[in-house]
Design a protein around this ligand. Structure first.
Ligand code: XMP
Length: 310
């Protein structure tokens, strides 16, 4: 792909579509939304307002880290604290698609409010080709896909969508990010799903359960970094496992460590991990998160499994 040409074309298209009004960029700190925000900032300058929704489902320190990284690039990011609204929407929901739907509705309602308040007409977001293919194919109703599942964003939430990356797969998105001057740390980031840690909590998503998987996620990312995986993360199961502490039985949580190799996320293979890596990650999770009694490494490819659990 000719990245320079792609950037020039998209910058022109964004300018044409958005016109002289305000546009909101939905930034999550992942590669796709970061690249999309940089493209939009190049096209619209101060007419772009970049918003990060703190939904309580992000990795440790994510909102502040993203704000700092973009400040260094000259892009001001506003953080909207919507943690309690998201947890209220997810309360009592166990079914994966019901959780996705609740997340999606809350996500676009919060953006709808921000768009209305700022007088903007457009929301620009980093949907990529794999997102569209999988939603159309029925694998899942990905949170950022609306038109393909019959939702008109204008009618439902009060804005039109601009999606400059919809024809690209992940490797091309990373290449565009590099050409736009995004730091390598952001371009190389592992994919992180829009609904965040909610995709990694089997069963009910509560602040307490998210806190467990958030701690485990940091440990997995640190310990598995040596594998340079496409994606590595922790999952909290809905069941419990018996453990023993100071000679007494105790019932605790079960964490799955998942690491996969992939090009486009449409298919994936489990990462071959050495015994040392598996032992270290297990020991750290058990020591640093005492409510966990069991850790297992997942070896299922996609298909038949998906990459995320929810
Ligand atoms: P699955 O689990 O379907 O995931 O094999 C394929 C890729 O998509 C990411 N993913 C999502 N990304 N919103 C997103 O922005 C979502 O709802 C979503 N669900 C999955 C996942 O992390 C993997 O890279």
């Amino acid at each position: 792909m000719d990245t320079a040409k792609f950037i020039a074309r998209q910058v022109e298209e964004i300018k044409q579509t958005a016109g002289s009004g305000k546009t909101i960029s939905a930034l999550s700190g992942g590669v796709d939304s970061s690249v999309c925000t940089m493209l939009a900032a190049r096209a619209l300058g101060h007419k772009l307002k970049s918003i990060f929704i703190d939904d309580g489902l992000m990795r440790e320190d994510e909102p502040k880290d993203v704000q700092k990284a973009f400040a260094a690039l000259g892009v001001k990011v506003e953080i909207i604290d919507a943690k309690s609204e998201f947890f209220a929407a997810l309360k009592g929901k166990l079914d994966p698609e019901r959780k996705r739907k609740a997340f999606r509705n809350m996500f676009y309602s919060v953006f709808g409010r921000a768009v209305k308040k700022s007088g903007a007409r457009f929301l620009i977001q980093g949907t990529i080709k794999a997102d569209i293919i999988e939603t159309k194919g029925g694998v899942k109703t990905q949170h950022n896909i609306l038109e393909q599942i019959g939702i008109d964003p204008q009618k439902s939430y009060g804005f039109k969508l601009i999606e400059p990356l919809r024809e690209l797969f992940k490797p091309d998105v990373r290449a565009v990010g590099r050409a736009l001057g995004l730091p390598e740390k952001i371009c190389q980031r592992m994919p992180f799903p829009g609904p965040g840690l909610a995709c990694r909590v089997v069963g009910e998503v509560t602040p307490e359960r998210v806190a467990i998987v958030r701690k485990a996620t940091r440990i997995v990312e640190e310990e598995l970094a040596v594998l340079k995986p496409f994606q590595a993360f922790a999952v909290l199961m809905n069941d419990q496992g018996t453990g023993v502490e100071k000679g007494k039985r105790k019932f605790g949580n079960i964490i799955i460590v998942r690491s996969v190799e992939s090009q486009d996320a449409l298919t994936a293979e489990p990462s071959p991990a050495s015994w040392d890596v598996l032992r270290n990650v297990t020991q750290r999770i058990l020591k640093e998160i005492p409510v966990v009694t069991r850790v297992a490494y997942e070896v299922t490819p996609k298909p038949p499994a998906t990459i995320e659990y929810v």
